[in-house]
Design a protein around this ligand. Structure first.
Ligand SMILES: C[S@@+](CC[C@H](N)C(=O)[O-])C[C@H]1O[C@@H](n2cnc3c(N)ncnc32)[C@H](O)[C@@H]1O
Length: 290
């Protein structure tokens, strides 16, 4: 059935039209260490995202654009096997290291660009397909081809993503050219409502679960905290930049009774998930079928 509203065009209005092929200007491998540290600080809140949709212990999972394994790791604890797929070798190396550190051995790695993925050919079908904060969000119509049971996508829910959070922490401490201010700045009119409608018009019954999100970690001392966070962005040299950085970090820090300090930045995510074989109207309401 033809959609009444062209949601796809509205999605392009927000994200820009996808290039349609592999490649791109972003060197993701160069960002693997930063993303790994952010994933570590998000681990507690990531639980809300993976708890938002059903998973069976026997399920296989495909995590598209897995990064350092933020989602792959908790899914590997819930499911039988996970395929962690990413185009960036540096991200897969970080993912491998994190999976090993978590003591898991049920993750397979696939270095492949999403644009070159063909369901059932170079990527086998999996029970659950996950796409979190990555390129496949602009091709929702393709995701279901890779799933036997269910698709789950994760996005920011009209709340800051990682780049603006880092901009805040490094305000006055980084070369302004490194600032990604404006990146992902929320426009409520073109947010997950658009993705919901695209999925709906594809014939599915999408579920929307908005969850609290955040980055947190407790450190023995403030110095330990500064050292952990300082490496997330290249900083300007000098005492002035260091002072600005410390003031920003202190803003998100509380001191605990035992003298340790807890860093916490809060944000919000949304999980949009759907079964790829939804029951038809007649199957839901069999007694009235003629
Ligand atoms: C913002 S990170 C998200 C990582 C992870 N999914 C998460 O939610 O934390 C985006 C990831 O998508 C990967 N990626 C970007 N373009 C891709 C493509 N065309 N094919 C496969 N992976 C891609 C990047 O290498 C990076 O690991």
């Amino acid at each position: 059935m033809e959609p009444l509203i062209n949601w796809k065009e509205l999605q392009f209005a927000r994200l820009g039209r996808p290039a349609g092929g592999p490649g791109g200007a972003v060197d993701w491998s160069a960002m693997a260490a930063m993303y790994a540290r952010m994933a570590e600080m998000e681990a507690e809140h990531t639980t809300y995202q993976v708890d938002a949709f059903p998973t069976d212990a026997a399920d296989t999972v495909l995590d598209i654009g897995c990064g350092p394994g933020r989602i792959s790791i908790p899914m590997a604890r819930r499911a039988a096997r996970v395929t962690a797929m990413d185009s960036a070798s540096g991200m897969l190396d970080a993912c491998r290291a994190n999976v090993a550190a978590a003591g898991l051995d049920n993750v397979d790695y696939l270095q492949l660009d999403w644009h070159e993925a063909v369901a059932g050919e170079n990527v086998p079908l999996h029970d659950i397909v996950i796409c979190s904060r990555t390129v496949a969000l602009s091709q929702l119509e393709r995701l279901s081809e890779f799933a036997r049971k269910r698709v789950a996508v994760v996005m920011w829910a009209n709340a800051p993503s990682i780049p603006p959070i880092l901009d805040r922490i490094f305000e006055g401490a980084q070369d302004p050219q490194n600032s990604m201010r404006g990146h992902g700045s929320p426009d409520r009119r073109l947010a997950y409502n658009v993705l919901y409608n695209i999925v709906y018009d594809l014939g599915f019954e999408p579920n929307v679960v908005v969850v609290p999100d955040g980055f947190t970690r407790t450190f023995a001392t403030p110095e330990e905290e500064y050292d952990y966070l300082r490496v997330l962005r290249p900083m300007l040299p000098g005492a002035q930049a260091e002072a600005a950085f410390r003031t920003n970090v202190d803003h998100f820090t509380t001191t605990n009774p035992d003298g340790s300090v807890t860093f916490l930045v809060t944000t919000r995510s949304v999980v949009l998930w759907w079964d790829v074989h939804p029951a038809s109207y007649e199957e839901v309401w069999p007694t009235h079928a003629h």
